[in-house]
Ligand binder design. Structure first.
Ligand code: SAM
Length: 465
């Protein structure tokens, strides 16, 4: 690990006292990768039974594990392509536990890319309700889209906006809002040398200013009686207790909630802020020397009152041509009836949206819902996102491959698969978990695994990882 900034060490010693030594040792690593099982696709114990890598449980998250083999390359395993898990730091898994989103609610993740917390929230909501995942940086927003698609999330709208523009539009709309704020990233020091290089006290101060602005906008979107969770992956009190203290003073209608906590969690430290509100003790701090993970800070607020905004259900609005094409595809390829909820045509793309278009029209939207496919002339062509969010039982024709079958690698590399196959759509699956579409033509399977995903060099993955 690159040498830590002297000023950072001094500051941490001032706050932690003798505990700073073990803290700094833990920060230096070794870093163990966390893995969160995607419960939209598989139960934690069922995954553990088939896991190619040794796992130990994360003590506070039933679907969370730590990979015990430092040589494992879990990002390259076909189970990753099948969306069975998301690689996530154990301390980041606490966000969804504290936010506690429920199926059917309206939830906003205001700073969402690359999507670790969004996909965890989606799984906890069991794909029911409305999940808006916003990311201000366009490039990061595309990565968010890939992860949401890979994990089979169907009730999310992906947006690429500033918090201000959203708050002007969505005042009091959400039951729960998460602000996983951009921060000075001290918790990333163990695995990201760039975070060390970029660190300075000035950066800490600038981050705190930005965090206050984002949190204030986020608060406007919480309905009376709703919840707001503030999170950072940094240790600096200015960005944590300091931001929360400032927020509480300006928002008498928000109170800090004392959430259920695991014994490994620390509380907030009012004494680290000048004139700190005693309620800051209700915040949650995770440290790298007290459990698995880099460390995080959380503060959960509840807004006073109890008001449910009117939230119209989205109506289907598919032009006849698109509807006929979709119905023809569905009858040919799918075993379940086509539900008519929220079907819309967006340019040439067919989506199932969870949110009435009047609520999001005019915003920079990346995905207005679950992308089912495209209209090509009068034909419907299914999208990868459709494959990733169905089960293989929902598709008539499935080529279900066992792990280790060379056709799995061939498919993920974009090769044709040999037949004989009668003309039509075929779902390629790994042990029953969808990997993507193929189209049978002239007896062989034309590979429709997206080109941008094929760049991953699956064939270099060593045995057993
Ligand atoms: N929640 C994500 C996850 O779990 O995968 C990580 C989010 S990361 C800590 C913070 C995000 O805030 C970054 O993706 C960054 O692009 C975004 N961000 C940066 N400046 C912002 C701003 N002014 N308003 C909103 N988001 C911003």
């Amino acid at each position: 690990m690159q040498t830590l900034p002297k000023r950072f060490i001094e500051r941490m010693q001032a706050w932690l006292g003798p505990e700073a030594e073990v803290f700094l040792q833990a920060l230096a690593g070794p870093y163990r990768t966390g893995l969160r099982v995607n419960t939209l696709k598989i139960a934690p114990e069922a995954f553990r039974a088939r896991s190619p890598f040794p796992l130990s449980p994360v003590p506070w998250c039933p679907e969370g594990f730590v990979i015990e083999d430092p040589e494992a390359r879990p990002g390259l395993h076909p189970y990753h392509a099948a969306g069975l898990y998301y690689l996530q730091d154990p301390s980041a898994m606490v966000a969804a536990l504290l936010l506690d989103p429920q199926p059917g609610e309206w939830v906003l993740d205001l700073a969402a890319a690359p999507g670790g917390k969004t996909t965890h929230i989606a799984a906890r909501m069991q794909n029911a309700g409305v999940l808006v995942a916003n990311e201000i940086q366009p490039r990061r927003a595309s990565i968010l889209a890939l992860n949401v698609e890979r994990l089979g999330v169907t009730h999310a709208i992906l947006v690429n906006e500033s918090p201000r523009r959203l708050a002007d539009r969505w005042e009091g709309l959400f039951d729960r809002v998460l602000v996983d704020a951009p921060c000075s990233g001290e918790g990333m020091f163990a695995r990201d040398p760039e975070a060390i290089r970029a660190w300075s006290v000035d950066r800490v101060r600038r981050s705190a200013g930005l965090q206050k602005a984002i949190l204030f906008e986020a608060a406007r979107m919480v309905r009376p009686g709703g919840w707001l969770l503030y999170a950072t992956c940094t240790f600096a009190p200015e960005e944590n207790e300091g931001v929360v203290d400032f927020f509480l003073k300006a928002h008498p209608d928000f109170d800090l909630v004392d959430p259920p906590r695991h014994p490994a969690f620390d509380h907030g430290h009012p004494e680290w802020v000048d004139g700190g509100d005693p309620r800051l003790i209700r915040a949650v701090r995770l440290w790298p020397h007290r459990g698995p993970g880099h460390g995080h800070f959380y503060a959960l607020f509840r807004r006073a009152g109890d008001e449910r905004p009117s939230r119209p259900r989205p109506e289907s609005d598919l032009p006849g041509r698109a509807r006929r094409a979709l119905e023809t595809f569905w009858a040919e390829a799918m075993t379940t009836p086509l539900s008519d909820e929220g079907l819309i045509l967006w340019e040439d793309q067919v989506y199932r949206t969870p949110m009435a278009p009047a609520l999001w029209r005019g915003l920079r939207v990346l995905r207005p819902g679950w992308w089912l496919g495209r209209l090509r002339k009068d034909r419907f062509e299914p999208d990868h996102a459709l494959a990733m969010a169905v089960t293989s039982r929902e598709v008539h024709r499935v080529l279900d491959l066992p792990l280790g079958d060379p056709q799995v690698t061939a498919y993920l590399q974009g090769h044709l698969l040999e037949g004989p196959w009668a003309e039509g759509w075929v779902l390629i699956a790994l042990e029953g978990f969808p990997l993507g579409w193929a189209r049978a033509e002239r007896g062989r399977l034309k590979n429709l695994y997206p080109r941008h995903l094929r760049a991953i060099r699956w064939w270099e993955v060593p045995e057993g990882t």
